[in-house]
Design a protein around this ligand. Structure first.
Ligand SMILES: C[S@@+](CC[C@H](N)C(=O)[O-])C[C@H]1O[C@@H](n2cnc3c(N)ncnc32)[C@H](O)[C@@H]1O
Length: 429
């Protein structure tokens, strides 16, 4: 069955024809011998029973998702009903079959899924698309189908539709919710960037906008106001969901120069916050008005953690650049204790051993060798196929073709889904 919103639709029947069945001796359905032959050669439009199994043991395609569709099936659908450059959307994308096929066939795509796991699997699949099988070409022997060989074009990952995010359109309410969760209260006085105060720890708090990454510029303005406030010998705590590349390092340079105390912390994910409010039947309006105080049990679930620490070693020889992850460190989030024992032991020992044993903490890392300031391109990616195996390569190499000054961004995704990034400037003479 297929549907169209209007009469303006695409149906490329010739791209999806299958061989016609052998005609029975002499009967050509009213066609002469020559036309019958051509008719047979052209093939027919597939009928209503399509059979495309995914090889159970195909390590490349089979992602272990119970309802995963075969790429060959989506190839037929997409070839028939779209042209190159068209937009294909799958609002229940699961493991991302539709998106991967659309990408390989030169279509633009939009995917969406309510499950974080599905998004994670899809993202990984798209980043690793070069190793998957090429589509849109006919081969005699399927086992000899070549690899696609290209990286995915840049894409955005956007989190939307969270009911709490939708409710938190009022900036002041968001600030109050986060301050309450952090155990702080609103600050009195005409401050623009200083939002809260936690007297017992001598902390002044700035809460970042929801859905926006904190930038070094934002931190500078906040520091400026903090410096001129009567609290400037206290600690300035910046709470944010997301950090623009290098914010942590740039901020650190600045506050060390100025000799002030700063703490940067991740606000717990909004989806987790939402789950807890629901589970403990907490009234959001009471939280916002400080009529409700979070207890220790909840604070343990909704913990504020420090951004990851990433140390890179960069070596350069003319146009050749080599980046090595020298050290990586994250604070273990709450809940990691529930992870399978084998993996947990690896994580714990990698943390304990410190330097050089950090690899099991990394799920994958990527480098954009020529960052345009807007969209991160995954020029280099190294994966750990299984969680915490530590089988990832900590070295990325690149040879530039042209001289110039390049912005290079390195992104590390840890096994808890956290993201730590760093920006470098590479000068090629
Ligand atoms: C059958 S799976 C899709 C499998 C996919 N065709 C593939 O090849 O991998 C359905 C997906 O829809 C998602 N889903 C279910 N209800 C949803 C909703 N209301 N909004 C967004 N996604 C939803 C599920 O999380 C699941 O990943």
């Amino acid at each position: 069955m297929w549907y169209s919103k209007s009469d303006n639709y695409t149906f490329n029947d010739d791209l999806i024809r299958v061989p016609s069945e052998v005609h029975i001796g002499g009967f050509h359905g009213g066609l002469d011998e020559k036309s019958a032959e051509e008719y047979m050669k052209k093939g027919k439009i597939p009928e209503d029973w399509w059979y495309f199994p995914i090889a159970k043991r195909s390590k490349i395609e089979n992602l272990g998702c119970p309802t995963q569709k075969p790429e060959k099936l989506l190839e037929r659908i997409i070839l028939a009903s779209t042209n190159e450059g068209d937009i294909v959307a799958d609002f229940f994308c699961g493991s991302g079959t539709t998106l991967a096929v659309a990408e390989k066939l030169g279509r633009r795509w939009i995917g969406c899924d309510m499950s974080k796991y599905a998004i994670h699997v899809t993202r990984k699949r798209l980043l690793d698309i070069a190793n998957s099988k090429a589509l849109g070409i006919k081969v005699k022997d399927e086992s000899k189908r070549p690899k696609y060989g290209f990286s995915a074009r840049p894409f955005y990952l956007i989190t939307i539709g969270n009911y709490l995010t939708d409710k938190l359109t009022n900036r002041k309410e968001t600030i109050n919710l986060i301050l309450n969760l952090y155990g702080a209260s609103p600050i009195k006085g005409a401050f623009k960037y200083l939002h809260g105060i936690k007297e017992k720890d001598k902390e002044i708090i700035h809460v970042e906008h929801i859905n926006y990454p904190i930038t070094p510029a934002e931190i500078s303005t906040t520091i400026e106001e903090f410096k001129n406030s009567p609290f400037n010998d206290w600690t300035l705590t910046i709470l944010g969901w997301d950090w623009a590349p290098d914010t942590f390092e740039k901020a650190k340079d600045e506050w060390e120069k100025l000799g002030i105390n700063i703490k940067l912390l991740h606000i717990p994910p909004i989806s987790k916050l939402q789950d807890v409010l629901k589970k403990y039947k907490i009234d959001l309006s009471k939280v916002i008005n400080f009529e409700y105080a979070f207890d220790e049990e909840i604070r343990k679930i909704l913990r504020f953690i420090e951004p990851g620490y990433l140390k890179l070693k960069v070596t350069q020889n003319k146009k050749y650049v080599r980046i090595e992850i020298e050290d990586f460190w994250i604070k273990l989030p709450h809940g990691y204790e529930d992870i399978e024992e084998k993996i947990r032991k690896k994580i714990e020992s990698s943390i304990k051993e410190g330097k050089k044993y950090f690899l099991p903490l990394i799920n994958y890392w990527a480098v954009d060798w020529d960052y345009d300031g807007k969209i991160f391109k995954h020029d280099f990616v190294s994966f750990d196929k299984k969680l915490a195996e530590g089988k990832i390569c900590p070295i990325a190499e690149h040879t530039y073709e042209n001289p110039g000054t390049y912005r290079v961004v390195v992104k590390v995704i840890d096994i808890f889904g956290g993201e730590t990034s760093k920006e470098l400037t590479i000068k090629v003479e």
